[in-house]
Ligand binder design. Sequence first.
Ligand code: 13P
Length: 253
Amino acid sequence: MRKNIVAGNWKMNKKFDEADELVDSIMTKLEETKLGDNTLMIICPPFPYLEMCSDYSNDSYFEVGAQNVNDNEKGAYTGEVSAEMLESMDIPYCIVGHSERRAYYGETDATVARKVDQLLQHDIKPIVCCGEVLEEREAGKQFDVVKRQITDGLFHLSAEQFANVIIAYEPVWAIGTGKTATPQQAQEIHAYIRGLIAEKYGKAVADETSILYGGSCKPSNAKELFANPDVDGGLIGGASLQADDFINIALAF
Ligand code: 13P
């Protein structure tokens, strides 16, 4: 059975002591309130806090993920972080192709494909983001956009490799805007994505792939979003910066 996943993307937020306090508070709450057996929590802090979060995650209440990785193996890429480095720190997950990386750092589907390859070569599971911008949604092009992103970013993988991939559908118009996709909109596109995976890799692989929703997901709307058969959890931005909100989202399954 595929996992229910709630992943927190902290983006570029929190000073070190605030980050430490947040994880500590999440840990304390998780000790009091057990998540469902099939629920996996992943915390994706900024790079400098990975080790601190990893130390907390040793108690196995949650897993840790990076927010980005470079698409080269190693070498003269000042300021960048490689999959090999993440692997050497036992970081099991990494977000790839977030719309903010695509919009501000020129990442393309080809970049995403190379990053995914780097991660898989180093036994790190990619959380691959896709999703349309508002103009594309208004023009009814969301299915075409997502199909291109998934096909060009992921469909070069073998079925065996693809089994390690988590997908996050994040409509860009819903990110940080307070405007959430309706449960129907989320279900419709998640089912479409699962259909694409089934066409390419077969139903068994598609059925095992966790597809997360991201974009203004909060405790107040998580339940109705996660109740959909093809919505397997969330990639949470703003609400993952508050321990109570994040835990309550994880309890919404
Ligand atoms: P918000 O939850 O703040 O809308 O962000 C979603 C997101 O981009 C997670 O990656």
